[in-house]
Write a protein that binds this ligand. Structure first.
Ligand SMILES: Nc1ncnc2c1ncn2[C@@H]1O[C@H](COP(=O)(O)OP(=O)(O)O)[C@@H](O)[C@H]1O
Ligand SMILES: [Mg+2]
Length: 172
């Protein structure tokens, strides 16, 4: 029995990037679809490319500043061409701390938020978001799995031309 399905199975989509340039190109294409309040929940092991993705994503939003890993600062705010960009790394945060920091104000603001290690704070993520999981498949290659929650993010995956993942968990 599955508990998380209210209306149809949440689809997953995937893409293989064979170089860091391909990862950046994917991030740029995704940034073009961003709207006020967009939330990207990114996961993946250390070195998978979360920050690399975030830098290209920020650049495509028109952020001029240098985007560095926010591991120690937890959250950094940038000015994009049209939308603010909020870059978080919640690796060192407990759920309680994340809650106390008022991260949800960012999620519900007008900017675009990208959270590294987002699954650590899953309970306080907004109800609609795009999950992106990066998996290292080789020195230069990464598998990227997108799980959209909400129709706007489902539309992103389709606009990006991503390939649906053949469902291991889905029986039908
Ligand atoms: N296809 C790829 N996509 C993203 N990063 C890649 C890729 N191939 C190699 N890399 C390298 O992997 C490293 C990823 O580091 P980083 O983005 O800081 O990871 P994370 O934030 O997930 O810990 C960088 O040194 C980057 O140059
Ligand atoms: Mg990082």
């Amino acid at each position: 029995m599955k508990s998380n399905q209210t209306g149809g199975s949440p689809a997953q989509y995937e893409l293989e990037a064979l170089s860091e340039q391909e990862t950046a190109a994917f991030a740029e294409a995704m940034a073009k679809l961003a709207f006020p309040g967009s939330v990207l929940a990114v996961d993946g092991d250390l070195g998978a490319g979360k920050t690399h993705f975030a830098k290209a994503f920020a650049a495509a939003l028109g952020v001029q500043d240098i985007v560095n890993s926010p591991t120690y600062t937890l959250i950094k705010e940038y000015e994009g061409a049209e939308l603010p960009f909020y870059h978080m790394d919640v690796y060192r945060l407990s759920l309680e701390e994340a809650d106390e920091l008022g991260l949800d104000e960012y999620f519900h603001g007008n900017g675009v938020t990208l959270v590294e290690w987002a699954s650590l704070i899953e309970p306080i993520l907004p109800s609609e978001r795009l999950h992106l999981r990066l998996e290292t498949t080789g020195a230069e290659s990464r598998r990227m799995v997108c799980s959209p929650i909400g129709s706007q993010y489902e539309a992103w995956c389709i606009a990006l031309g991503l390939k649906p993942v053949k469902g291991e968990e889905q029986s039908g």
